[in-house]
Structure formats: structure tokens, C-alpha cells
Ligand binder design. Structure first.
Ligand code: ADP
Length: 503
């Protein structure tokens, strides 16, 4: 029945007969719309390069219209009570729960990640809707002790306005719910520009938001090809109606958007690339460290900003760790199309990503690094299936050590001391997440304090959840997502002086 909905083309029904919630139009003011120019662009399945659907290739004029709509909707949405917003968010959460398998199928088709990981992402992403449904009712102000006997000082948290939400392809559902859940809770409206590789998950999520009775114009989605991302991005940063730019993606694009936002003194929330170290000390439980190394490195085939970039292993346990890691990769990693049940690692998202990972590995090898497993594309599977790879004998000067790899390549380096670990780990402009494995309590606290990263996990390889504050320092970003802080990012503090109280 879903297939009969408006906006679903016969041409791709053939390939996607079972895909419910598949939308091929953008979403503006509660309606499914085309680009004004009627232009479309294809969304490809990275596993086989087949076209899943074509979606509108919108440009600056479409973006401007969506911003105007969001600005208009803001006037009424900001007047809703926190309780109303909480109820709507909760309904959206319930619908995403009920439709998790349908969204997961779309996500696997367009992102390539294994179906089990897509389902895990829906659970994770949806936890933000649940969390912000609750948090909406805890965005409170303050009454400050006044220095004057006849005056009161009130600080209220008010929604900042229309937010531009620009999201990446690696977590196409969670990056939307983490931002949109927070901004809706605060009373803001938005225009989402999803990544060109994965707009279909975004459209499915917003379809469910509409079914949850999010009012028209509160959430709008503008789909664009990479070509039009630049002009659309400019509108989404510079239009006077925009109050904040919330972006997750590369540091390079983050810097560009930050510059554009500066022209209008806009608020920014930037979650950018990382260069995560994974440090193992001699007291660590090595089996446990390897279990977590698998998660922190190979989830989503390494295409995660919190994914490990450098394994810094103490010389006392280096060989044991490397052997154990190698065995585990050989036993556990199954490369293939994400729709196949047994697959743990899917293709990389696109050719650019394949080229980048291949280039980093090949250069490291040409300078003396050793490949223990993997090291190339498995061409029998297709053009984007990069093998899970383990590399040793790397040097800190190598590009692979300081560039974000964003692929299934684990790079190991032998360290001699805690101070060497700290200085190598901190010798980067990235500062998102770091992982430390030790059983020494003092060392755990010292590492937490001395590592220049927004997030430090001790004896764990996964730290994301709705409850903690997620975010980086240095060139990894500005602001925090999740936790109550995530919603406060989308508020301004309004100071009201109540004077004349003695009159
Ligand atoms: P990646 O290199 O992993 O694709 P990007 O940072 O390039 O990461 O992309 C993240 C998001 O930023 C995507 O939605 C992409 O379309 C968008 N984007 C890329 N360039 C621009 C730009 N100049 N203005 C606005 N958005 C952009």
C-alpha cells in the first residue's frame, strides 16, 4: 500500500518492491515537492551502483523558500508549550520504533552498511527522540539573586529560531534525530539538507515526523546533489532568517560553513572530523581491549568520526595485542553487501572514499608500513569493498597517522610510556574522542585529564548515547549534542529585569 503513495515512481518500484517509506520528493511546508527547476539526481546503492531512486536536485531558490517556510512556522511553533512539543516528539519516537525495519532497509540500500548496523543506528538515533521528548520539559530558566531590593532578575531560555541542519552520510538517521530532536524540544524549526549519498533515510524519517503531527513547515527537507550543495549551503548559512547552522561532516566543509555563518554572526553547532587514538597500557585486559577495538574501528567500516585512527600500544603488550587483533579480524569480519545477513562490513560509501583510503594505505606501505591483513579493494565483490585491514610499522610522520582514514584500516604503533602516549595522541588538530585501556585507576584519571579530546572512554570502544554530551574540541567542533546541553545549544538566554516592584 505504501507503494501507492504520491511521489513514488514506477521506475524504481521494480528494484525496491519491498521498500516502504521510500520517498522521491523533498519535503517543504508539509508537502512532498519537486525542485523548482524539476532537476533530479540519482541515489545509488554503493553495493552494486544501481539507482535506488531519483530525488529533487534543489538549488538556492528552493532553499530560500524552505527557509521562509521554516521562519513562518517558527512563529507558531515557538508558542507551543514544552508539554505539547514533548508529546509530538514522543509520537515521532513511537513511529520510528514501529517502522525501524523499514527505515533500516532504506539505510542499508543507500549507505551500504550491514542491516544489523542500520537497525542498531535506528535504535541509537531514536534514543535521541525519546531523550529530547523528556528533556523538552526541563529547559528551564533562572531567577538570580538581585543586587536591588525593588527589582527581580529573570533569565529565560528562548528558542533561537530557524536552524539549518546539514548532515553526513555515515549516520543518515541518527545525525538527524540528534539535531532535530534537540531543536524541536527547544522550540525551533529547521531546514534539513541531508547528504547527497543518503537523502532517502532523511525523507523516511521526516515522513514519520509528519505522521506524528509535527506541524507543517516545522521540519523541511531540501535535497541536493553535491554540485548544488555549495549554493544551497550559502543560503542555509547566510539567509537572515537563519539563526544557527548545525553541521556534522568534514572539518574542511565545517570551516567553510563557519566562515559563511560569521558574516551574519550566526550561532554554529559543528561536529567535525576526529583523529581518535586508542591507547592500550600493560595493565589492560587485552582480550577486552581487542573486543572494543573491533567495535571502535570496524563499525560502519571505519566510516565514523569517533572511529579509531591510531592504535598506540605499549611495547609490553604490543605483540600480544597485534596477534589477537589480527586473529579477531580474520575470524569476525565478513565483507559483502549489507543486505546479506552474515555480513559485518559493507562497501565504502563512494569512489572518493575508496580513493582516499587506498591512497593512504598505499603511501604508508611505500614508506615501510607492513600490511598484516587486507590492504586492498576486494574487486570480486565490487569496486567499493575495501578489505578490513591491519597495518603495523607505521611512523607518526606518515599521512595515515594524522589524516582521518574513515575506512576499515587499523594502524598500530608501539609506545614506550604514558607520556609518549599523551604527546602522540595530542599531536593533532583533531580533538573528538580518545580510548584508553588500563586497570590502573590513577592512570585512568591522568589520561582523562591530559588527553585533549572532548570525549575520553576508559576501557570502552563505544561512548555515544543520548544522555552524555557528545562533541569535540580544537578542529573537531563547537558545541555539544545529546544530553540537556544538546537542547540548550538551540536556545538564547533572555534577561528580563522586573523593576518598580515597590511601586
Ligand atoms: P564527506 O566528505 O564525508 O562527504 P562533507 O563534509 O563533505 O563530508 O559532507 C557533509 C555534508 O556537508 C553533506 O550533506 C554535504 O552535501 C554537505 N556539504 C558539502 N559541501 C558543502 C558546502 N559547500 N555547503 C554546504 N554543505 C556542504
Amino acid at each position: 500500500m505504501d507503494l501507492l503513495r504520491v511521489g513514488i515512481l514506477n521506475t524504481f518500484v521494480i528494484h525496491t518492491r519491498k521498500m516502504h517509506l521510500l520517498r522521491n520528493q523533498a519535503h517543504v511546508n508539509g508537502a512532498w515537492v519537486k525542485a523548482k527547476s524539476n532537476a533530479m539526481f540519482p541515489v545509488l546503492n554503493p553495493a552494486d551502483d544501481k539507482v535506488i531512486a531519483e530525488v529533487p536536485d534543489m538549488d538556492a531558490a528552493d532553499a530560500k523558500q524552505a527557509v521562509d517556510v521554516a521562519a513562518c512556522a517558527f512563529q507558531s511553533w515557538r508558542q507551543t508549550t514544552a508539554k505539547e512539543r514533548s508529546r509530538i516528539l514522543r509520537r515521532w519516537f513511537d513511529l520510528c520504533e514501529q517502522n525501524a525495519d523499514k527505515i533500516a532497509e532504506i539505510m542499508t540500500a543507500e549507505s551500504g552498511k550491514p542491516l544489523s548496523e542500520s537497525k542498531a543506528e535506528i535504535t541509537y538515533g531514536n534514543s535521541f527522540l525519546e531523550w529530547f521528548a523528556d528533556s523538552a520539559r526541563h529547559i528551564n530558566g533562572e531567577i538570580i539573586q538581585s543586587p536591588w531590593p525593588n527589582k527581580q532578575i529573570l533569565l529565560n531560555r528562548q528558542p533561537i529560531g530557524v536552524v539549518s541542519v546539514i548532515t553526513p552520510w555515515n549516520f543518515p538517521f541518527a545525525m538527524i534525530t540528534r539535531k532535530v530532536g534537540a531543536l524541536l524540544a527547544a522550540g525551533c524549526t529547521c531546514v534539513i539538507k541531508p547528504a547527497e549519498d543518503t537523502p532517502l533515510t532523511a525523507l523516511a524519517a521526516v515522513d514519520l515526523a509528519a505522521q506524528a503531527c509535527v506541524p507543517n513547515g516545522v521540519i523541511n527537507v531540501v535535497t541536493t546533489s553535491r554540485k548544488n550543495a555549495i549554493s544551497v549551503g550559502k543560503v542555509l548559512c547566510e539567509d537572515p532568517h537563519i539563526a544557527c547552522i548545525s553541521f556534522t561532516g568534514s572539518t574542511q566543509v565545517g570551516k567553510l560553513l563557519y566562515g559563511q555563518a560569521a558574516k551574519g554572526i550566526k550561532r554554529v553547532a559543528l561536529e567535525l572530523g576526529g583523529n581518535a587514538p586508542f591507547i592500550v597500557f600493560p595493565s589492560a585486559d587485552i582480550e577486552h581491549a581487542v573486543d572494543h577495538a573491533m567495535l571502535a574501528k570496524f563499525r560502519n567500516s571505519g566510516q565514523a568520526c569517533v572511529g579509531v585512527n591510531r592504535f598506540l600500544i605499549h611495547e609490553g603488550v604490543y605483540q600480544e595485542f597485534v596477534n589477537c587483533f589480527k586473529n579477531r579480524i580474520q575470524q569476525k569480519c565478513i565483507l559483502g553487501p549489507g543486505m546479506r545477513k552474515e555480513v559485518t562490513n559493507g562497501p565504502l560509501i563512494n569512489d572518493a572514499q575508496v580513493k582516499k583510503v587506498t591512497g593512504l594505505v598505499d603511501k604508508a606501505v611505500s614508506k615501510g608500513a607492513k600490511v598484516l591483513i587486507g590492504g586492498k579493494v576486494d574487486t570480486q565483490l565490487g569496486s567499493k569493498f575495501y578489505q578490513p585491514t591491519l597495518i603495523t610499522d607505521v611512523q607518526p610522520e606518515m599521512e595515515i597517522f594524522h589524516e582521518e582514514i574513515f575506512g576499515p584500516v587499523a594502524v598500530c604503533y608501539k609506545i614506550k610510556s604514558e607520556s609518549e602516549a599523551v604527546s602522540l595522541a595530542n599531536d593533532t588538530r583533531g580533538g573528538l574522542s580518545a580510548y584508553v585501556f588500563t586497570k590502573e585507576l590513577g592512570q585512568a584519571f591522568r589520561m582523562s585529564k591530559n588527553l585533549e579530546f572532548g570525549m575520553v572512554a576508559i576501557n570502552d570502544g563505544i561512548l555515544s548515547a543520548a544522555e552524555p554530551a557528545f562533541g569535540g574540541i580544537k578542529e573537531s567542533g563547537i558545541g555539544r549534542e545529546g544530553s540537556l546541553h544538546g537542547a540548550l545549544e538551540y536556545t538564547d538566554i533572555k534577561y528580563t529585569l522586573m523593576s518598580g516592584l515597590d511601586k
